[in-house]
Design a protein around this ligand. Sequence first.
Ligand SMILES: NC(=O)c1ccc[n+]([C@@H]2O[C@H](COP(=O)([O-])OP(=O)(O)OC[C@H]3O[C@@H](n4cnc5c(N)ncnc54)[C@H](OP(=O)(O)O)[C@@H]3O)[C@@H](O)[C@H]2O)c1
Length: 328
Amino acid sequence: MSVGHPDAILATGGGGQLGHHLARSAGARAGARAGARVVALGRRELDLTDPGSIAAALDRHRPRVVINAAAYTDVDGAESDEAAARAVNAAGAGSLGLACRDRGIRLIHLSTDYVFSGEVPGGGDPATAPGVEPDDPTGPATAYGRTKLAGELAVLAAHPEATVIRTAWVYTGPGRRGQGLSGSDFVDTMARLEGQRDTVSVVDDQWGSPTHAPTLAAAILEMVALEADGAVDTRGLVLHAAGSGRATWCEVARRTFAHLGADPDRVTPCTTADFPRPAPRPAFSVLSGRSWEDAGLAPLPDWGESLRAALASAPGVVGAASSSSPLR
Ligand SMILES: NC(=O)c1ccc[n+]([C@@H]2O[C@H](COP(=O)([O-])OP(=O)(O)OC[C@H]3O[C@@H](n4cnc5c(N)ncnc54)[C@H](OP(=O)(O)O)[C@@H]3O)[C@@H](O)[C@H]2O)c1
């Protein structure tokens, strides 16, 4: 067993949203004792489906901590190719767990609200029902959720001192393009559609915890730093880390429009039944922040506050906000 630089953190999924923000956020923390250096590796440098690639990357970088932000995240695609999703999210995560345990490396593994069934606890009102806790019964309704739940179990079986962090509804927003992130996310898409369409229909019967990716990355790095100081100990825990509060997708879209200076009533509510998808989306996956706070960690900010900040800081968006033209 050999562990390298005491501050070294390796993030998998470096080309993805969270991996990118872990590296970026670490740069902003430079000078802090821990969490100051994150090496974020893309799939070509560390392929979770290839144990040889995992071993080579760990032996080359010799991190103290690994944050597994890599995953097969195509929720609809997983419905038609669950084996591919399982190879990454379950078998791959388990291989990483073994490799980290064998080398004495701390492992933090990211998981998802989709491990839950989506039913409102107790059948109550989704607007007021308590958020889901880590030890509430799981019951994924999608192939993606099944593979992610299998991944949690595989990681903890291989490396009982690993920490599983479930998050939800992760977005970067329109700033993502300027940061070289490919693809899109919900807030980015809504900001784009605000400039392209008179009205947009968005589902208003799915409740969740919108989570700003840079905020989540910073919270995870803070957790790592506090652990290095001995202030907290999350080994072996399953935690929920997501934006505080709750919203429907429609509410997120409306707030996005409002922050862009557009009329939020241009976002019209619709139901899940109006937009059938290959993978059924959970009706309720609000994650309670209690486990995070019980571990001694600061709650993530209110989702609406993070959204406002994300849109205010996105290059080019303020200019768009000052235009009241509904179609550009
Ligand atoms: N995004 C959300 O709304 C959300 C919600 C809840 C939980 N999560 C969880 O949060 C974590 C981070 O998600 P994210 O939003 O950052 O996802 P993302 O943007 O889709 O990034 C995932 C990354 O994983 C990489 N990857 C895929 N297969 C791989 C493999 N075999 N080996 C190594 N890397 C591989 C992808 O590489 P390529 O680009 O090459 O495909 C991609 O860069 C994941 O565990 C996800 O399940 C996300």
